[in-house]
Design a protein around this ligand. Structure first.
Ligand SMILES: [Zn+2]
Length: 162
């Protein structure tokens, strides 16, 4: 695992006690503690409150549908990231949100945090360059159209089965 080595100099980390933190990986070469680091992202089941329809998007030239998602910036709360990413990618304003669940995605070293993001005004829809195409689905249509085997599918099915 890369987390066993210093991200600055590559030296092997050793466990060392840090006051009030317990045992933390330490780089003897840099003389610094190296807390584990990974990426954090948010994934959103965007729902049109009026029609109870779910937004799915197509991205990066692929034909299957996924959820709106994006990385959380350093210093940003998950809630702010949800509202910002929905606004950036779709143009729509999130009226309220509900936390669903999280899952670690090994391939991109990312903790994915899933929310339901409710929008009141779907006429604001103005997708940016990251979105190839989009569509609104009923719950059962969304379940049938989400990319099979994807983390997006896991989040959507977990939500729909609640
Ligand atoms: Zn180092």
């Amino acid at each position: 695992m890369s987390s066993n080595f210093c991200r600055q100099c590559g030296a092997k980390l050793v466990p060392k006690e840090l006051e009030n933190e317990g045992i933390v990986p330490y780089c003897p070469q840099c003389g610094q503690y190296r807390f584990p680091q990974y990426n954090v992202a948010v994934s959103m089941i965007v729902i049109n409150e009026e029609k109870d329809e779910i937004l799915l998007i197509q991205q990066y030239g692929k034909k299957s549908y996924v959820l709106v998602a994006g990385y959380v910036s350093r210093g940003e709360s998950l809630e702010d990231a949800v509202a910002r990413e929905v606004k950036e990618e779709t143009g729509m304003t999130v009226s309220h949100m509900k936390f669903n669940c999280t899952q670690f995605f090994e391939k991109s070293d990312t903790l994915m945090c899933n929310f339901t993001a409710f929008v009141k005004d779907a006429s604001e829809m103005d997708p940016n360059y990251e979105v190839d195409s989009y569509a609104w689905f009923t719950r059962e249509e969304a379940r049938a159209n989400i990319r099979p085997g994807s983390l997006a599918e896991h989040f959507l099915v977990t939500y729909l089965n609640e």
